[in-house]
Design a protein. Structure first.
Length: 315
């Protein structure tokens, strides 16, 4: 899981994330609060035409899925209107013993910045821009030169009625290659079979702090939860190397497969707790499209994951 990212930049980014939420040994620096589920991935009939990746050609593949709130606070309420969104999903496809590939996505289409250096500037500006900070605040200054970051920060992030009613979007694009060597660039999208459903702010306030994880467990006790994985394909001229560049909605979207979740898993299970999800697919047939954030995010996940493992399981 080695990357070519600058170690100093990765450390600075991790330090900046710690400044935002504090350090919580045994937890992730972002998306600290989460819930695990297990199930199966079944590829769509046309998936093998897009990529030669193993899970696109097998009848089915076991998966582990983690849903999460955005913040690095392990006790953040699920109904927090500011820090819980965008929510995250991480999917691990178990291809063989110690062989896997992951999809990491969140519930907002797009990312605030293009590079690791811009992300660091953004993260450092946030704690310096409280209500008592002189105007213009560092964050306001940053937004003035990074309009996509402003759009990301101010876009509505409604709270879903259930993790099973939320859509998710992969942050970066990938290059998909099939057996014939044909390549297409695209971004994963994960859509709930039950459709999207969100709470009003007034209804969200009435929910309990752990209502999303509680509701998911109750829902799974009555039947499976299904998500459709799709790939939005880039058209000529679309920037495949910039996570902050959202492609138009009229771009072709193809079916990749279906995830069927059947049970909630114990987050304290040693095999689940130690998982370090990887934004780099590391499977033949799906490669980075060249977005610098792909390597940056992978390196942050690895460094923070090793730190989390060294701290030991949380209580």
């Amino acid at each position: 899981m080695a990357t070519d990212a600058d170690p100093a930049l990765i450390k600075n980014l991790l330090d900046a994330l710690d400044t935002l939420s504090g350090t919580h040994p045994g937890f992730r620096p972002v998306h600290a609060k989460g819930v695990f589920c297990t199930g199966t991935f079944t590829p769509a009939p046309g998936a093998a035409g897009l990529t030669r990746a193993d899970h696109a050609r097998r009848p089915s593949t076991p998966v582990v899925v983690r849903f999460s709130a955005a913040a690095g606070l392990p006790t953040i309420p699920d109904n927090d209107l500011r820090g819980a969104g965008p929510r995250g999903i991480a999917i691990r496809f178990h291809l063989a013993d110690h062989v896997h590939t992951d999809i990491v996505a969140h519930s907002h289409n797009g990312f605030p910045v293009h590079t690791g250096e811009e992300f660091l500037e953004f993260l450092r500006a946030v704690p310096l821009s409280g209500p008592d900070a002189p105007k213009p605040t560092p964050l306001e200054t940053f937004f003035g030169t990074h309009p996509r970051a402003f759009q990301f920060a101010t876009a509505p992030k409604p709270i879903p009625t259930s993790y099973a009613r939320e859509s998710f979007f992969a942050v970066t694009a990938f290059k998909f290659t099939n057996d014939s060597g044909a390549t297409r660039f695209g971004r994963f999208r994960i859509a709930p079979a039950a459709g999207n459903e969100y709470l009003s702010p007034e209804d969200a306030e009435k929910k309990s702090a752990d209502f999303l994880s509680d509701e998911l467990g109750e829902r799974l006790a009555h039947g499976p939860v299904v998500f459709h994985i799709r790939v939005q394909l880039a058209a000529a001229g679309d920037d495949v190397t910039d996570a902050s560049a959202v492609w138009p909605n009229d771009r072709e979207v193809v079916e990749f497969g279906t995830i069927t979740l059947t049970q909630q898993a114990d987050a304290h299970d040693p095999e689940l707790w130690k998982i370090i999800f990887d934004p780099i697919p590391r499977v033949a047939g799906i490669d980075s499209a060249g977005d610098p954030l792909t390597e940056i995010r992978s390196a942050i996940y690895l460094m923070s994951g090793r730190r989390r493992r060294a701290a030991g399981p949380h209580s």
